[in-house]
Each structure stands twice: as structure tokens, then as C-alpha cells.
Design a protein around this ligand. Structure first.
Ligand code: PMP
Length: 434
């Protein structure tokens, strides 16, 4: 630990009191505050593999993984060595460099619908820029999104959003102008009739349909493939672009994300998280004709002081190269299956009124519904989800398991979550349920 932190009164509670005087709610992103949990957040000072260590020196199995980027686990040695090498070479240029080219070519070669791409510094920026391209390309202003899908804190998309807004009454944000909100049309997931109506009414005004092809910001609401296929087809029939927001699912559920799994070629796709190996990187890419509309080639302006930051570029490339070399996606599927089997055994033994939902290395525990049907829409999530999850979260935390501190956020497994660690996780959940 460095000098600036080693001599402090390092209890999480004391640090949170100080932090509240510095940042709104003591945090720099809302879900971190443990809002509604009835206790203050844990402050972490170290991370390694599948573990986090708090300032009190307590160790936690980490199933939040910084909300998804750390697919190899924290401080993977191969990624670390590339990062250290880069730190010794340069931190930023604000000029042309080869590092973004290497990562860009790696992606372009393997992800065929990314004919061209642009690196930015966050998922939000990627989405915001993709929407700008869509509006410029179609000359239309409206965007269609699904209720509960989160696409970053872009003004126009903070309408019926998920993530930190999940479970709130308004599912929206203050500070969004009515004109901005009016440009966003929302429709429930898995509702073909409502979708057809929107296209009938507004089809000619819609620049793009944006979707999380695996909605993972309001729980894990796995969609029927036919619904996604139909939604994309109708968007295209109406002259709108299809934007896959794969900030979570991209490079996580498969190298080519959900687009690969569904066999759908989006016009544009947005990425982040894993792509930067734990550093702030986002990316949007897709059809060459659309991407060539961006400055300096075209009239769509988009820029960034730290865009394609070399540390993020080498961390991202090292992460992806290793994932490919070790067949990381197959390995994570096996680990996911193990977790699913063990958790389902616990749920069965304890007769716990819970369901475990999983897609690859993404998972979500939710309160069982009466129908016991798979959840595909926000409205189907039982109203007791928050209260029940919060109890489980606190007990698990106490026993050394860090789940994302929100009932509607998904959990993540990494390559560092070995079979033994998964068994430890399940033991903690078993005890917490007791
Ligand atoms: N899109 C999706 C699907 C996301 O899950 C997120 C963040 N969780 C974003 C966009 C925004 O990314 P960022 O937080 O990096 O701005």
C-alpha cells in the first residue's frame, strides 16, 4: 500500500464519513454507495484474482468484478506485465500510436460486423457516439429502446433505464429536458404487439433501435431469440439502424458477444468493460459506410483527449489474447455450469424461494415467481426482490462474498474463479440462506 493510504484510520465507516464530504453520497458512481442496504459500503484497497481485500484487511470473493471488465480476474499476471511495460514506455500521446491499431486490428479480424471502429473512454461515450452516427445517417431523431435496458448515462437514454436506476419509482433521471426525453421511445421487452404498434406509429421517425441483446441491467432478462430477430427485422424494414449495446455481453458471453451467439449482424455495436482489461476504454464500430461518416472523414464530430489510451489498449489486447489462447469462453461456461448445479442443489435442499438464472459467466438470483416461468420483462420481477436480495447480500458480505450491491445487478465469474472458489461461494450462499 502506498504512503498516502498507509497511515490513515483505515476503517470503511470512517472513510465513508470523509468521502461523503467530498463526493455526492460519498461515491463516484451511485450503486457503490450500498444505498438501501442499511449499512455503509466496504472500502477496498487491494484486488487479486477472484478476491478483493478491504481496508480492514478482510478478504472477499468478488462476484462483481468491477461490474464486468475483469474477465481474467484482478491483476492477471500477463495483463499486468503488459501494463507495466506500457507504463515504462508512455502513458498517453494524444497523437497517433501503434497500440490502438493492434487492438483495433485484432477485433476487426475476428468480429466481422466491426468493419471499422473508434475507441473512446467509456461505454456511455460509445453509445452516445453511435446514436449520433445513427441520427446523422438516417436524418431521423427518435431512438427506440427497451424498458429496463441501460445504455449508460446518455441524457436521451435515461428513460426507463436499468442499472443504478433499476428498482426506483421513476426509472428515470432529473435534469433531462422534455425534448430530449421525447426523442426516446420505449417498449417493454418480449412484447411483440407493443413493438409492432410503435413501429406502425413512429416507424418513419426512428433512427435506431438500440438494445442489450442480453439484457443484464435489470436482472438477467434472457430474451427469446425470435423476439430479438423480429425486433431487428422490423427496425430494418422501417429504415432504422440496429445498434447492439454489448458493453456487458461483448467479449464476455463469446468472443463475438451476443451478435455471434444470435447470428445477427448489427449495423453498429458498442463495447467497453472487458475491452479495456480494467482500464477506461469503450468502443463503437460497425458498417464501414456508417463509421466513415465520423470526423475527420465525415460530418459527425466525436473526439477524446484520452481516447485509445495506450495503457487501456495493451491491457485490453493482453486480456483478449489470453482469453482466446486458453479458450476462456469455454472454460467460463464450464465454471458457470458448476455454479449453476451447486446453487440449484442448495436452493432445492433449503427449499429457498429463489431462481438462479445464468448465461455463460453472467448470473442473477431472483425471487421465484408463482408461474415459475423465465423472467423476460421488468414487470415480471417479484416486488420482494429488493428486500430479499438485500438480506442475502448482507449475510453473504459478512461471510466474505461480495456480490454487486444491488438486487438488479448481475454477478460475474472470471477465469480466476476456480472450481474450489466456486464451491466456497456456494457454501457462503448456503449459509446465508440458512
Ligand atoms: N451499456 C451497457 C449495456 C452497460 O451495462 C453500461 C454500464 N454498465 C454502459 C452502457 C455504460 O458504460 P460505462 O459505465 O462504461 O459508461
Amino acid at each position: 500500500m502506498n504512503d498516502s493510504t498507509s497511515n490513515l484510520n483505515m476503517t470503511s465507516d470512517a472513510l465513508f464519513e470523509r468521502a461523503k464530504k467530498v463526493a455526492p453520497g460519498g461515491v463516484h458512481s451511485p450503486v457503490r454507495s450500498f444505498a438501501g442496504m442499511g449499512r455503509s459500503p466496504v472500502f477496498f484497497s487491494k484486488a487479486q484474482g477472484a478476491y478483493l481485500t478491504s481496508v480492514e484487511n478482510k478478504s472477499y470473493i468478488d462476484c462483481c468484478q468491477s461490474f464486468g471488465p475483469m474477465i481474467l480476474g484482478h491483476r492477471d499476471p500477463e495483463v499486468q506485465s503488459k501494463v507495466m511495460e506500457m507504463v515504462d514506455t508512455a502513458w498517453t500521446f494524444g497523437a497517433c500510436e501503434p497500440y490502438s491499431l493492434f487492438l483495433g486490428e485484432w477485433i476487426q479480424k475476428r468480429v466481422p460486423w466491426v468493419e471499422k471502429l473508434r475507441f473512446v473512454s467509456s461505454g456511455t461515450e460509445a453509445v452516445m457516439s453511435a446514436l449520433r452516427v445513427a441520427r446523422a445517417a438516417t436524418g431521423r431523431s427518435k431512438i427506440l429502446k427497451f424498458e429496463g435496458c441501460y445504455h449508460g448515462h446518455v441524457d436521451s437514454l435515461l428513460v426507463k433505464a436499468g442499472s443504478g436506476l433499476a428498482g426506483t419509482a421513476a426509472s428515470s433521471s432529473a435534469g433531462i429536458s422534455p425534448q430530449m426525453a421525447a426523442d426516446t421511445l420505449t417498449v417493454s421487452l418480449d412484447d411483440e404487439a407493443a413493438l409492432a404498434q410503435v413501429f406502425e406509429r413512429e416507424g418513419k421517425n426512428i433512427a435506431a433501435l438500440i438494445l442489450e441483446p442480453l439484457p443484464a441491467n435489470y436482472g438477467l432478462l434472457i430474451q427469446r431469440k425470435e423476439f430479438i430477430v423480429k425486433a431487428c427485422q422490423w427496425a430494418r424494414d422501417n429504415g432504422a439502424l440496429v445498434i447492439f449495446d454489448e458493453v456487458i455481453s461483448g467479449f464476455r458471453v463469446a468472443l463475438g458477444g451476443m451478435a455471434e451467439i444470435l447470428g445477427i449482424r448489427p449495423d453498429l455495436a458498442t463495447y467497453g468493460k472487458i475491452l479495456g482489461g480494467g482500464f477506461p476504454v469503450g468502443c463503437y464500430g460497425g458498417r464501414k459506410d456508417l463509421m466513415d461518416m465520423i470526423a475527420p472523414l465525415g460530418a459527425v464530430y466525436q473526439a477524446g483527449t484520452l481516447s485509445a489510451n495506450p495503457i487501456g489498449m495493451v491491457a485490453g489486447l493482453a486480456t483478449l489474447e489470453k482469453m482466446e489462447r486458453i479458450s476462456g469462453w469455454d472454460l467460463l461456461e464450464k465454471r458457470g455450469q458448476l455454479l449453476e448445479k451447486q446453487i440449484n442443489d442448495v436452493i432445492f435442499d433449503k427449499k429457498a424461494p429463489l431462481n438462479f438464472v445464468r448465461f455463460g459467466s453472467l448470473f442473477w438470483l431472483h425471487v421465484k415467481t408463482d408461474s415459475n416461468q423465465p423472467l423476460r420483462q421488468v414487470e415480471q420481477i417479484p416486488s420482494t426482490q429488493k428486500e430479499k436480495f438485500n438480506k442475502l447480500f448482507l449475510k453473504a458480505l459478512d461471510k466474505g462474498l461480495y456480490l454487486a450491491p444491488n438486487a438488479y445487478e448481475v454477478g460475474f465469474l472470471s477465469v480466476a474463479h476456480t472450481d474450489e472458489i466456486i464451491t466456497d461461494m456456494v457454501k457462503i450462499i448456503d449459509e446465508a440462506l440458512a
